[in-house]
Write a protein that binds this ligand. Structure first.
Ligand SMILES: Nc1nc2c(ncn2[C@@H]2O[C@H](COP(=O)(O)OP(=O)(O)OP(=O)(O)O)[C@@H](O)[C@H]2O)c(=O)[nH]1
Length: 334
């Protein structure tokens, strides 16, 4: 039977301490050790080449005298509790991104590298020490920021109507529900406009879909430009329908805004198709205003505005009608 023949361990070529100091020199992170009086006893090559301070220059120096701006920082607390209570800590990156004056090699005086720092206490004989490990997280953080910016841009895009550039239906739904909560909380007025381009099918049939798109964009721009307050929201509700959320706006004010939008779109003087009811492109508008008892949620308000819009169409189009709860008759066209 053949025995497993294991190679005999050969004599190490270098002593452990030579190997240790070689490894310390090659490590791709900063390693520093301080004693209980905060004096630097070890400073590896990485720390030297990124701080511009050699080990022989810093050894024996008091850490917080050498790097005064570490005082009052989380790292100072972490070192104190490591040395006093034996507690290890990884410092959150968010608060102080670059505690040590460390720079990417060869870029003195530029921006400090962003650092992840951890602090580990240990004892050797009777002496307490604290190991500080520093890694360069600049590129990770840079990538994270870039991803955040991209995510924010995507989020913003997902709230914009691709054709007209105003808010889309999703944005409108979010804004309406947010403003409804605010209105009921603060007992504040809130109004909603629902509007529809008159005889738009005839426009498309006569001028073609592409010109129809251009007309929609023109109307959207005129509508959005009429809203003056930063909190007002102009949105494309779908197809040739638009909607506006008007916070802090009561019924009388909303009617004025609606009338201004109607007049502005009519004043664009965009020629309509011969089959249309009016010679120029116009809008019909339904108005609904929040009230605590009946029109107190999105569905009720949208229902009232939609009924008013229907009445406006029946009343000849190019007009503004105020929406009422389902059991009340709509007032006549303004
Ligand atoms: N060009 C274009 N047309 C659209 C778009 N979305 C909806 N439409 C058109 O808008 C028209 C709406 O027609 P209808 O709902 O019949 O209403 P209308 O012709 O406007 O008549 P009234 O609303 O009663 O005045 C349809 O022909 C849709 O194809 C769009 O994004 N671009």
């Amino acid at each position: 039977m053949q025995e497993n023949i294991l190679p005999r361990p050969s004599q190490p070529a270098a002593s452990l301490s030579t190997l240790s100091s070689r490894v310390l020199g090659l490590a791709n992170l900063g390693l520093a050790v301080i004693d209980s009086k905060h004096r630097i006893v070890l400073w590896n090559q990485w720390m030297a080449s990124h701080s511009g301070l050699s080990a022989s220059r810093v050894q024996g120096s008091e850490l917080f005298e050498l790097f005064e701006d570490l005082r009052g920082q989380r790292i100072e607390q972490a070192i104190h509790s490591a040395l006093q209570n034996g507690t290890a800590a990884s410092l959150p990156h968010g608060l102080n991104r670059a505690p040590f004056p460390l720079y990417p090699a060869g870029t003195w005086g530029g921006e400090r590298m962003e650092q992840a720092v951890s602090v580990t206490p240990f004892t050797e004989g009777k002496e307490k020490y604290c190991l500080i490990e520093v890694s360069n997280v600049s590129s990770t953080m840079g990538r994270e920021r870039q991803l955040r910016v991209q995510a924010e841009a995507l989020r913003a895009q997902s709230y914009v109507d691709g054709l007209t550039g105003i808010a889309n239906r999703r944005h409108f739904d979010v804004a309406l529900s947010r403003e409804l909560k605010r209105a009921s909380r603060n007992d504040a007025p809130l109004s909603l406009l629902l509007m529809d381009i008159d005889s738009f099918k005839a426009y498309n049939d006569h001028f073609g879909h592409q010109q129809g798109d251009a007309c929609l964009t023109l109307v959207a721009e005129a509508f959005a430009a009429t809203l003056q307050r930063p909190a007002d929201l102009a949105a494309r509700y779908g197809g040739e329908e638009f909607a506006a959320v008007l916070p802090d706006t009561d019924l009388a004010q909303a009617q004025i805004v609606a009338e201004a939008i109607r007049a502005r779109v009519a004043a664009l003087d965009v020629p309509h198709a011969p089959a249309a009811v009016h010679p120029n492109v116009t809008l019909s508008i339904g108005v609904a205003t929040f009230d605590k008892t009946q029109l107190n949620d999105a569905a009720a308000m949208l229902g009232a505005a939609d009924r008013a819009l229907y009445v406006a169409k029946k009343a000849g189009r190019n007009c503004v009608i105020v929406g009422t709860p389902p059991d009340q008759p709509s007032p006549p066209a303004a």
